[in-house]
Ligand binder design. Structure first.
Ligand SMILES: Cc1cc2nc3c(=O)[nH]c(=O)nc-3n(C[C@H](O)[C@H](O)[C@H](O)COP(=O)(O)OP(=O)(O)OC[C@H]3O[C@@H](n4cnc5c(N)ncnc54)[C@H](O)[C@@H]3O)c2cc1C
Length: 528
C-alpha cells in the first residue's frame, strides 16, 4: 500500500463540501498542515443550499472572502407565508437592515458558485493540500494519531495518510461517522419533497413570479418558491402520500400553476427526504464530525449549511490551540457547545415544517385563522434570533449576561482614518474589547492573552480622537455609529473577551475585574 503523504499532518478533513472547505481555510489561516480528501473529482454541480445568514457572512469576512462572495449573492427583502387563497399568514421584513454581525440578515446564493470560492481559497493556503478522487475507506486510531486508508476512485489503489486529528465533513451518509462507530439520533421528521431548480431570462417580476421567498401553505400541495440569486429560481413541492420519484417527470405540470413552463429553463429536479438528525457523539478521541455528517435538518429555515459553517468556526481555533499544546479536553467543548445549539435550530425548523406540511384541510383552515389574526401584529421584522451558547468554553458562573452570545460587529474608524467593520481593523482571533481605554492587567492576565493570541482593542466613543491615544491597546478605533456604546451600556459591560468564532467567552461590568477573569481562564485551558 502506498503512503499518501510521508509526513504526519495536523488535520485530515474528509469531504470538500462547504463545511470541509470552510474548515480547511480556517485551519490554513492558522498555519496547520491540513489535507482534504474528497471522493468526487469535481464540485457537486447541483445546488442544495440557497440561503446563509449574517453570522456565516462574518466567517467569510474573517477569511477575507466577503468581497468575492457578495457578487454571487442576492440580498433578501423578506419572506411571506400565504395560504391557498393567497391570504397573508405571516411576513418578515428585513429590507435594508444590517444585523448584529455587521451584515445583512440574510443572503441568497448559488451553491456551486460559493463552493468554487471556498475551495479556491482553501487550495490557495500554503499549509493546505487537497486530494480529489480519494475515498475514505478505513480509519485506525491510536494514542498519537489516526491512519486513514484512502481508495483512489480512478485506479482503485489504496494509500494511507497519517494525521493527528481527522474531521469527517463527508455529508449525510458520512463514512467517517460509520467507520468511527459514532451514532446519530433520528428526531422523527421525514418528509419527501421535490426540489426544482430553474433559470429565468430577465427578472422574476417580468414573469409575475414572487420577488421574495414565499411559503405557500396549501394543504393540497405545500410549496416553497425562492428567487435565489441572479437567474436562479427554485421551487420545493411537498410530495403527497403515494407520490415518489415519478414526480420528477411532472415538473411542467407543477410549475404551470406559477409560470409558463416554456418561459423558464429547468436545470434539475430531485426528490429529497427532509430529515432531522443529530449525532449522539461528535468525537472519538481523534476523530470528529462536522456539518451534515453530524446533523441534518429540514431546510425550512435555510440553516443546514449554516450549522456546518458554525461547526467549522467553532472547531478550527480549538484544534489550533490543542495542536499548539493546550489540553485536548478543549475539544470536548465542541459538542457541548454545538449540539444544544443545533438541536434548538432543528427544533425551530421542524416546528416550521409541521406548520408548512399540513395536509389536512380542516387543520390547515384552523392554522390559517390563527396565523391571519397574528399577521398584522408588530414584530414580524428583523433577523432571525438564534440561541447563544449555554455551556462549554465560557467564563464560569456567575456569568455576565453577554457570556455565550455573539459579539456585535459594527462600523468603526481606525487610526488611519479609514472606516470599516471592526473585524477588518482587528483581524481574526481572540479579541479583548474595552469600552474606552484599556485598564491595566496583571502579569498573569497578560500571559493568558498571549497564550490565546488575543489582541486588546480600545473602542472609543464617537467623536474621540483615535489618533492621539497612548496606552496598551493593540488596536484603537472610534465607534462612529455609537453601536458599541449602546452594546456596552445596555449590557453593563466594561470589557468583553470575544472568541475567534465571535462568541463571547465572558465579560466584566468593571474594567478592573478583567484580570481575574483572564487568570481563571488559564486554569480552564489547562484543565479542560
Ligand atoms: C433541498 C435542500 C435545500 C437546502 N437549503 C439550505 C439553505 O438554504 N441553507 C442552508 O444553510 N442549508 C440548506 N440545505 C442544507 C445544505 O445543503 C447542507 O447542510 C450542506 O450542503 C452540507 O454541507 P457539508 O459540507 O456538511 O456536506 P456535503 O455538501 O454533503 O459534502 C460532503 C462531501 O463529502 C464527500 N464525501 C462523502 N463520502 C466521502 C468519502 N468516503 N471520502 C471522501 N469524500 C467523501 C462528498 O463527495 C461531498 O463532497 C439544504 C439542503 C437541501 C437538500
Amino acid at each position: 500500500m502506498n503512503v499518501e503523504d510521508p509526513k504526519v499532518v495536523d488535520v485530515a478533513i474528509v469531504g470538500f463540501g462547504p463545511t470541509g472547505a470552510t474548515l480547511a481555510s480556517l485551519l490554513g489561516r492558522e498555519g496547520l498542515t491540513t489535507v482534504v480528501v474528497e471522493r468526487e473529482p469535481e464540485i457537486h454541480t447541483l445546488p442544495r443550499a440557497v440561503h446563509f445568514d449574517h453570522e456565516v457572512m462574518r466567517t467569510f469576512q474573517a477569511l477575507g472572502l466577503a468581497r468575492k462572495i457578495l457578487p454571487i449573492t442576492g440580498p433578501v427583502r423578506g419572506y411571506e407565508f400565504r395560504n391557498a387563497r393567497g391570504q397573508l399568514l405571516m411576513s418578515i421584513d428585513v429590507q435594508g437592515q444590517i444585523a448584529s454581525q455587521g451584515w445583512r440578515p440574510d443572503y441568497m446564493f448559488h451553491q456551486p458558485s460559493l463552493e468554487r470560492v471556498l475551495r479556491d481559497d482553501a487550495v490557495g493556503r500554503d499549509s493546505v493540500s487537497v486530494r480529489l478522487g480519494r475515498e475514505l475507506v478505513g480509519l485506525d486510531e491510536d494514542d498519537r494519531g489516526v491512519t486513514l486508508t484512502l481508495r483512489d476512485v480512478g485506479d482503485g489503489r489504496t494509500r494511507t495518510l497519517r494525521a493527528r486529528y481527522v474531521v469527517g465533513c463527508d455529508g449525510a451518509a458520512s463514512p467517517t461517522r460509520e467507520i468511527a462507530g459514532l451514532e446519530i439520533e433520528d428526531l422523527a421528521f421525514d418528509e419527501p419533497w421535490l426540489v426544482v431548480d430553474a433559470t429565468v431570462e430577465g427578472s422574476v417580476a417580468e414573469l409575475s413570479l414572487p420577488e421574495m421567498p414565499l411559503q405557500l401553505c396549501d394543504p393540497q400541495r405545500p410549496t416553497t418558491f425562492i428567487p435565489v440569486a441572479g437567474p436562479y429560481i427554485r421551487w420545493e413541492f411537498m410530495l403527497l402520500p403515494g407520490e415518489g420519484e415519478e414526480m420528477k417527470d411532472r415538473v411542467r405540470e407543477l410549475v404551470a400553476a406559477w409560470v409558463d413552463p416554456d418561459a423558464i429553463r429547468v436545470i434539475r429536479s430531485a426528490v429529497y427526504r427532509f430529515h432531522a438528525l443529530v449525532g449522539e457523539r461528535w468525537r472519538t478521541r481523534r476523530v470528529l464530525l462536522a456539518g451534515d455528517a453530524v446533523h441534518q435538518m429540514p431546510p425550512f429555515l435555510g440553516q443546514g449549511m449554516c450549522a456546518g459553517m458554525r461547526d467549522a468556526a467553532n472547531l478550527a481555533w480549538k484544534l489550533a490551540l490543542v495542536l499548539r499544546g493546550e489540553s485536548d479536553a478543549l475539544l470536548d467543548t465542541y459538542q457541548q457547545e454545538r449540539a444544544p445549539h443545533v438541536r434548538q435550530v432543528i427544533g425551530i425548523a421542524v416546528e416550521m415544517g409541521r406548520i408548512i406540511c399540513t395536509l389536512d384541510p380542516q387543520v390547515a383552515a384552523a392554522r390559517d385563522a390563527q396565523m391571519i389574526d397574528g399577521a398584522g401584529q408588530p414584530g414580524g421584522g428583523g433577523a432571525m434570533r438564534l440561541p447563544g451558547l449555554q455551556q462549554g468554553f465560557l467564563a464560569p458562573e456567575p456569568r455576565h449576561p453577554l457570556t455565550g452570545s455573539l459579539a456585535v460587529q459594527a462600523q468603526v474608524r481606525g487610526v488611519d482614518g479609514s472606516e470599516a467593520l471592526l473585524d477588518d481593523h482587528v483581524g481574526p482571533g481572540f479579541a479583548l474589547l474595552w469600552n474606552g481605554p484599556p485598564a491595566p492587567l496583571s502579569e498573569k492576565a497578560r500571559l493568558a492573552l498571549a497564550r490565546l493570541g488575543a489582541r486588546q482593542v480600545s473602542i472609543l466613543a464617537a467623536g474621540s480622537a483615535v489618533e492621539n491615544l497612548p496606552g496598551s491597546a493593540d488596536v484603537v478605533v472610534e465607534d462612529v455609529e455609537g453601536s458599541y456604546e449602546r452594546w456596552f451600556h445596555t449590557n453593563e459591560a466594561a470589557a468583553v473577551l470575544v472568541r475567534p468564532d465571535f462568541a463571547v467567552y465572558g465579560a466584566t461590568t468593571e474594567a478592573k475585574e478583567m484580570s481575574a477573569m483572564l487568570e481563571a481562564l488559564v486554569y480552564r485551558l489547562a484543565s479542560d
